[in-house]
Design a binder for this molecule. Sequence first.
Ligand code: B12
Length: 211
Amino acid sequence: MTDLKALHDAVVDGDAKSAKALTDAAVKAGVQPGDLLGKALIPAMDEVGRRFECNEYFVPELLISARAMKGSMEIIRPLLAKSGAQPTGKVAIGTVKGDLHDIGKNLVAAMLEGGGFEIIDLGVDVAPEKFVAAVAEKGANIICLSALLTTTMPSMKDTLAALNAAGIRNKVKVMIGGAPITDAYAKEIGADGYSDNASSAVQLARRLVGK
Ligand code: B12
């Protein structure tokens, strides 16, 4: 019998080994990848997010749960692609030009993937035109920009300008974050949303795509 509750709990507890073994067993038992995602992994990452917001979990626990979720996703991702399951949205995420900090960006990417979004990870030091290409060529409908340096924050504004110049600003929602970023800065540069942590980033992304 497939134990989705055990898989859910393994991810919440950050037990990567059990999460992988349970995912493997479930796939072999014929459980649909969409069910694994919708009934175990997404609720598990929602629970991790809830615990983070209540100060029951902190960044290390988030990282450990995200790693457990990623192990399961490695097994499920190719099957999801084959089954034609629709992701909640397609996110292109990256740390902006000149900035090499990626711990927070990776955490946001992992939580969004756990939340059912397809992720295009553009990495670090990402120039505005690469974000533009992710929308124009890969169909991303959300862009997530991360910056940890006050000196690289202006690249967020440049990315919005590049989307405008390419005539595709209306095709994509832009979320920004990182330690020096504020809601006021997001409003100032015309981004669609800001969040100060990976958990609320998932809620924000769902809201922005109307899900
Ligand atoms: C780790 C670290 C590094 C590592 C980065 C390793 C890596 N792979 O990321 C290394 C050593 C490489 C590094 C280098 C530098 N660093 Co550094 N670094 C840090 C440090 C200690 C922690 C950052 C971190 O990972 N935090 C943990 C994560 C989980 O938090 P987070 O990134 O904020 O992400 C969360 C939220 O912000 C949000 N979020 C993040 N991105 C996004 C995106 C979206 C869309 C959304 C919605 C949310 C969101 O969700 C995340 C998860 O909850 C900070 C100090 C600090 N306490 O912040 C300095 C800090 C950011 N670094 C700093 C500096 C100055 C540098 C260097 C210039 C140092 C130097 N002289 O070489 C270089 C710059 C290199 C470069 N070009 O980028 C300064 C920046 C000062 C400033 N005002 O600009 C800081 C603040 C340290 C300080 N107090 O002086 N650094």
